[in-house]
Ligand binder design. Structure first.
Ligand SMILES: Cc1cc2nc3c(=O)[nH]c(=O)nc-3n(C[C@H](O)[C@H](O)[C@H](O)COP(=O)(O)OP(=O)(O)OC[C@H]3O[C@@H](n4cnc5c(N)ncnc54)[C@H](O)[C@@H]3O)c2cc1C
Length: 505
């Protein structure tokens, strides 16, 4: 006999930042939620971003005031919610008179400082690049500069923490499980999922489906739900390169290129620098996105135009590319396409489908909140907005004061080397105790694989964060892949595949 399908309120397709954010918000309102991701959490665009929680200074030139204001306000909301994975960063903008006049840059920064939401982040200051230390690595021709604030975020961990938060509020999180079909039947959805590993299928009956499939949003509309939408997604590739960091200090740089695009040069993972991004129309499958030699040359040329140190392609240690799932507003220039998000609510037959187009890492929480408000008619009994004051898992840190929290953690674990305490504090925040799991000395953390990777962390990630493969652990739950040698990574993968963890996953 076929088992009765599971009855739920909300079925969310896509475990990127938007799907995970919607699942957490909805579960916290008391709804019965399933979140379904065909790959690993954040394996799509949400682990391939520029990793900034930012207002988007350059969007002001496109008059996107509402988006910039909302994003600026979100910076401090998110900083309070997850001070372990989000932190303030100062950006140095050397002024290049050929590209934009100084008054325009100053006006943009004035608006940025005053459009809203800035309470704790310091405002803009003007720099004399010939005298201030931030100017030291720059070519002598750059005399004047500006320095302003935005925030850094570990994008993949932000997704996972939302999924953990959703699960803690009762949501079911299915990874490596595709939503194979969704059909309207008798005023509700019949949704079928398929496990990528085993092919096993499962059926749910859901009152409502939210399509947060990012670059695959139209694919899901057309091929999974069989519905229609007049709206379209515009895919735009963006790539980043990772090189050894060559300047001193924790400040990032933002340089203007000849084509008027801006390139971020950010300190990354201690002794590395993350440089990006590009904006290139993408018509192929989102899964196949990869950096081209021309993009590497473009990014290096932008850096070399400003810095004394000259970078070459051989300096590039790693790279990654992602596809922006932008709402197609008909703009020709990919850089000019809106970065704002748009909802498309199709309530045919009393079983709503909410499609999400666009949306940034920065605005995921607002997007989820607004999306849920749109569904109030479907779920009149659900709870109100709640995420603006709620910490994300691990973010339960007194006064969001990360430095005091770190000191406390060091006192609690005096036997741990400082780099390891910092690593745990940054990734797991107040959940560090669950990673350490009662260990009283280094031996208690189990096998050491190199860098700051110990067995205890791998076990935590499989048990609590849906990690299933060595790559999930090395690349998305953590960034150990940047710090372990290829031989150490192979040894970890061998151990993982032969250990009980591979079975548990
Ligand atoms: C180069 C670049 C730089 C960026 N920089 C920034 C930045 O600095 N700050 C910022 O705020 N934003 C930035 N963004 C934007 C941001 O990364 C994206 O807007 C955001 O990650 C999109 O999230 P998403 O959840 O919509 O999509 P995704 O993260 O792609 O998630 C969609 C998920 O749906 C899943 N899926 C698809 N079909 C199915 C199915 N049938 N069943 C189950 N699952 C399915 C996919 O596997 C995927 O994981 C950047 C984007 C790019 C590309």
């Amino acid at each position: 006999m076929t088992p009765e399908p599971d009855m739920i309120d909300l079925f969310v397709i896509g475990g990127g930042i938007n799907g995970a954010g919607v699942a957490r918000d909805a579960a916290g309102r008391g709804l019965k939620v399933v979140l379904c991701e065909k790959d690993d959490l954040a394996q799509g665009t949400s682990s391939r971003s520029g990793k900034l929680v930012h207002g988007g200074l350059r969007y002001l030139e496109y008059y996107e005031f509402r988006l910039v204001r909302e994003a600026l306000i979100e910076r401090e909301v998110l900083l309070r919610a997850a001070p372990h994975i989000i932190w303030p960063m100062r950006f140095v903008l050397p002024h290049s008179p050929q590209d934009r006049p100084a008054w325009l840059v100053r006006l943009g920064l004035f608006l940025y400082d005053h459009l809203g939401g800035r309470k704790t982040l310091p405002g803009t200051r003007t720099l004399d690049l010939r005298r201030d230390p931030e100017g030291a690595p720059l070519l002598d021709q750059y005399h004047k500069g500006f320095e302003y604030s935005d925030c850094w975020v570990d994008d993949a961990r932000l997704v996972v923490l939302n999924a953990v938060g959703a699960a803690e509020k009762g949501a079911t999180v299915l990874t490596r499980t595709a939503c194979a079909s969704a059909r309207r039947e008798n005023g509700a959805w019949t949704v079928q999922t398929r496990s990528i590993a085993t092919g096993e299928t499962r059926v749910f009956r859901a009152r409502c489906v939210v399509n947060c499939a990012g670059p695959w949003v139209s694919d899901v509309i057309n091929n999974v739900t069989g519905a229609n939408s007049a709206r379209k997604v515009r895919l735009v590739k963006g790539s980043h390169i990772i090189v050894p960091k060559w300047w001193s200090g924790q400040q990032a740089y933002l340089v203007q290129n000849h084509d008027k695009r801006v390139i971020f040069i950010n300190p990354y993972e201690g002794d590395l620098a993350l440089i990006g991004t590009t904006d290139i129309p993408w018509d192929d499958r989102a899964e196949d996105v990869a950096i081209s030699d021309a993009e590497v040359d473009y990014l290096l040329a932008a850096v070399n135009r400003y810095f004394k140190e000259k970078l070459r392609p051989s300096d590039v240690l790693h790279s990654y590319s992602g596809v922006r799932p932008l709402f197609d507003d008909g703009q020709g220039n990919p850089s000019a396409v809106t970065r704002d998000y748009v909802f498309d609510l199709d309530a045919t037959g009393g079983a709503p489908l909410l499609n999400v187009f666009g949306g940034k890492i920065t605005t995921f929480r607002e997007l989820a909140e607004r999306g849920m408000r749109k569904l109030r008619g479907v779920f009149p009994q659900m709870g109100g907005d709640w995420t603006d004051e709620a910490p994300l898992p691990g973010g339960e840190i007194a006064n969001a004061d990360f430095e005091s929290f770190l000191n406390l953690l060091r006192e609690l674990h005096p036997w741990m080397p400082r780099p390891l305490v910092v690593h745990y504090a940054r990734l797991y925040g107040a959940r560090t105790k669950d990673v350490v799991a009662g260990a009283m000395n280094m031996a208690g953390l189990g096998r050491h694989f190199g860098g700051t990777l110990y067995e205890a962390e791998a076990r935590y990630l499989v048990a609590r964060e849906w990690a299933q493969t060595p790559e999930d652990i090395l690349m998305r739950r953590t960034k150990h892949y940047l710090h372990l040698t290829p031989a150490e990574q192979r040894a970890f993968a061998d151990w993982f595949t032969r250990s009980d963890l591979a079975q548990a996953a």
